[in-house]
Design a binder for this molecule. Structure first.
Ligand SMILES: CC(C)(COP(=O)(O)OP(=O)(O)OC[C@H]1O[C@@H](n2cnc3c(N)ncnc32)[C@H](O)[C@@H]1OP(=O)(O)O)[C@@H](O)C(=O)NCCC(=O)NCCS
Length: 236
């Protein structure tokens, strides 16, 4: 049961439009990378992808630095077993959880000091593959989506997608087998909830749909346990 007196788990968010960032920011971002990270960014073919990757890493290092009173350059980001970047600092044994996401020219980032966090951003006008709902969603989610009209289904698709993707990214486990056995339910205006998940504890998760980057859908998922979630639009 949720305790009324337990402090909320706070997630701090930040974002940038990569079309607007200047050379100073990109130079800082590059200078803060470790050699292996730099090589990974350089393997990206498109300039826009390299820019998004750099800005994402800049944002999470800024969030980490602010949260822990450290220097952004002191942080390393190394991919975990399924590719999730995990922060490491020479003198911080248990770093905050971070994650970032990018689409088009928007990059969003999240930090949570004491619980696993995932974040996803999408543009709601991106054509949704609504003919393949069962590939991404559980039967209960498919039933919810198919009851909507065409416009509602398009928006509902991306709302569910971002929430589920944020949850997958918080778990850091990859997507194998997790999509059609996981159900997220809406009870607007209450936040969405995880109703079913084969190998997880639904009650431990909290979600938020956040109006962060104007015109884009951003969702965060945090493994809060029995605590509530509070969202802060941080300044990175
Ligand atoms: C790779 C994946 C993490 C997300 O990919 P995506 O949506 O294309 O990209 P996003 O911009 O949201 O996130 C990419 C960032 O997530 C991070 N990331 C990479 N692997 C990750 C993982 N396993 N877990 C968490 N975060 C991860 C990295 O920071 C990455 O940035 P980078 O590309 O600059 O290194 C993964 O969840 C995936 O392949 N999803 C498939 C999509 C799908 O079927 N979703 C179903 C939703 S219903």
């Amino acid at each position: 049961m949720t305790s009324k007196f337990a402090p909320a788990v706070i997630v701090e968010l930040a974002w940038r439009d990569t079309a607007q960032v200047d050379a100073v920011l990109l130079g800082e971002a590059r200078a803060w990378l470790r050699a292996d990270e730099s090589a990974r960014v350089d393997r990206l073919v498109r300039d826009a992808d390299r820019r998004n990757a750099l800005v994402g890493r800049w944002l999470v290092r800024r969030l980490l630095a602010r949260a822990t009173a450290t220097a952004p350059a002191d942080w390393a980001l190394a991919p975990g077993p399924h590719g999730r970047p995990e922060p490491a600092h020479p003198s911080i044994a248990v770093p905050p959880s971070i994650n970032f996401s990018h689409t088009r020219t928007v990059v969003v980032a999240a930090l949570c000091r004491d619980a696993a966090v995932g974040i996803d951003v999408e543009h709601p006008a991106r054509v949704a593959p609504v003919e393949r709902l069962a590939r991404f969603f559980s039967p209960a989610e498919v039933a919810w989506l198919t009851a909507l009209d065409v416009a509602g289904r398009q928006l509902g698709f991306w709302r569910l997608w971002t929430l589920k993707e944020a949850w997958l990214k918080a778990r850091g486990s990859g997507i194998t087998g997790a999509l059609d056995s996981t159900t997220i339910g809406f009870a607007d205006p209450a936040p969405p909830r995880l109703l079913a998940a084969r190998d997880d504890e639904p009650a431990a998760w909290r979600f938020a749909e956040v109006d962060l980057a104007p015109g884009f859908l951003t969702a965060v998922a945090v493994r809060c346990g029995s605590r509530e979630l509070a969202v802060e639009r941080g300044v990175a």
